[in-house]
Write a protein that binds this ligand. Structure first.
Ligand SMILES: Cc1cc2nc3c(=O)[nH]c(=O)nc-3n(C[C@H](O)[C@H](O)[C@H](O)COP(=O)(O)O)c2cc1C
Length: 221
């Protein structure tokens, strides 16, 4: 598989089989991804993988915390997401495509909430990973995290492993810290649920469009 094929064929997957990814394979992938570039070679990333009973316990803890009405206390103060105009339109388009793919109507708040809650059930994936970086760092270092995340996603794609990157997994760090092994000085910035795709699962049917080249690039001489 070429890099071009990996980029063009990858999609976010939210329906998984129970089959676990062998730990040796997960280690191999992270061992390659650690060669990603970073600002001043700081390599600020840490990735904590949670599987098996620990993952089941974490799912229960997160879901009961959220159902109790807890508010997000993310390590990184994300505040308002800053989506305006076309970005807000894309956000809504993304959500509606997702709901439509699951036959959930836009008015059905209960069903939408249940679908949203799937984030913290890791969409049924056998593994969840949490990526963190030192809380002393700033947004330039979050670029490093994005590059590291994409390396992991590309390596997964090359090996037939499906995943869903999830900002949502950074929202409730306390239960995650109690179960996952995360450096104390770090803040969780993003998570990834991963495993093998449940091919044909309805939840995997949504396809997300992209803006055209001319909308996102300019060329000046
Ligand atoms: C940093 C990041 C955070 C994301 N957070 C979530 C999330 O919390 N929940 C979710 O279901 N999908 C999440 N996604 C997946 C996006 O919705 C998805 O990448 C986008 O809609 C484009 O679809 P595609 O990946 O299938 O091309 C996230 C993706 C990225 C890169």
């Amino acid at each position: 598989m070429t890099v071009t094929e990996a980029i063009m064929e990858r999609r976010t997957i939210r329906g998984f089989t129970d089959k676990e990814v062998p730990e040796d394979l997960i280690r191999e992938i992270i061992d390659i991804a650690r060669h990603s570039p970073s600002n001043c070679n700081t390599q600020p990333w840490h990735i904590a993988i949670v599987s098996g009973e620990a993952k089941e316990q974490l799912k229960e803890d997160l879901v009961s915390l959220i159902l109790s009405g807890a508010k997000s206390n993310a390590d990184w103060n994300r505040g308002d997401n800053g989506f305006t105009d076309i970005y807000k339109e894309r956000q809504y388009d993304c959500a509606f495509r997702y709901y439509d793919s699951m036959n959930v109507s836009r008015e059905d708040k209960m069903a939408r909430k249940e679908l949203f809650l799937e984030n913290w059930k890791f969409f049924g994936a056998p593994h969840a990973a949490f990526i963190s970086l030192p809380k002393t760092m700033n947004e330039i270092n979050s670029i490093d995290i994005g590059i590291f995340l994409q390396s992991i996603i590309m390596l997964f794609t090359e090996r037939g492993i499906a995943c869903c990157p999830q900002g949502a997994l950074a929202n409730f760090p306390d239960p995650v810290r109690r179960i996952a092994d995360i450096p104390e000085e770090n803040g969780i910035i993003v998570g990834i649920s991963f495993g093998y795709e449940d091919v044909g699962a309805q939840i995997n049917s949504a396809k997300m469009p992209r803006a055209t080249l001319d909308e996102i690039a300019s060329f000046t001489r």
